[in-house]
Design a protein around this ligand. Sequence first.
Ligand code: ADP
Ligand code: 5GP
Length: 220
Amino acid sequence: MAGILFIISAPSGSGKSTLVSQLRTLVEGLDFSISYTTRAPRGSEENGREYYFTTREEFERMVAAGDFLEWAEVFGNYYGTAVSALQHAKDLGKDLLLDIDVQGALQVMKKMPQAVSIFILPPSPQVLERRLRNRSAAENMTAETIIEKRLNGAKGELKMVWDYQYALVNDVLDEAVTEMRAVVLYERGLRDDGIEELAKGCRTNAASAKLQAVLGAFGE
Ligand code: ADP
Ligand code: 5GP
């Protein structure tokens, strides 16, 4: 394994976690970096599985100690990727997936220009709102302010899509998973079974008409 670093970003509720977990059942050798966050666990989340849940004081101590490859404040909470995640994946001989927001992604792109960046878009604001509401209902927390914050945040984040190498629209889940798998395998050097064509079609410049249409629906 080449030890490739994949940066994956998406507005909250686009389906990034769903896509990443399906991808990991289909593609071997992918390690997932568990971030640190100061937000409270949601639904069935467990410490050390989705995130390491920590306090602001402890997070700030880690920042000062240089423990983070990148970190950012997102929706009023801190999130960060531990430097140790890179070594952990390397020790396992795996590629590493970072699920991070656009601010963190820009930091990693600067520090590690060889990283492969993938942006996931929801098909429309209406679908994004529905997904955010469905998820909140499933987790018994329909705080209107949280949903509104995330919907408004999406608009600003989507503008950043052009800084990424690849972009996928998560409309039909199976199709988005197939595209994401193609990008990962293409970056690993695979060229058969239509992988190359599918991956190249997901490059932001190749998919620009489709991406512009989504941005337009969000009023961008
Ligand atoms: P994110 O990690 O981007 O915040 P999630 O993976 O938690 O988003 O997905 C948000 C909600 O949308 C979840 O309820 C999930 O089951 C649903 N979802 C994700 N992808 C799709 C899809 N392609 N079609 C329909 N629902 C989806
Ligand atoms: P959520 O609270 O929905 O799990 O995540 C909110 C946002 O924080 C998402 O955009 C997610 O990608 C981002 N995020 C999660 N972990 C990290 C991290 O380690 N660093 C940064 N910069 N963003 C993160």
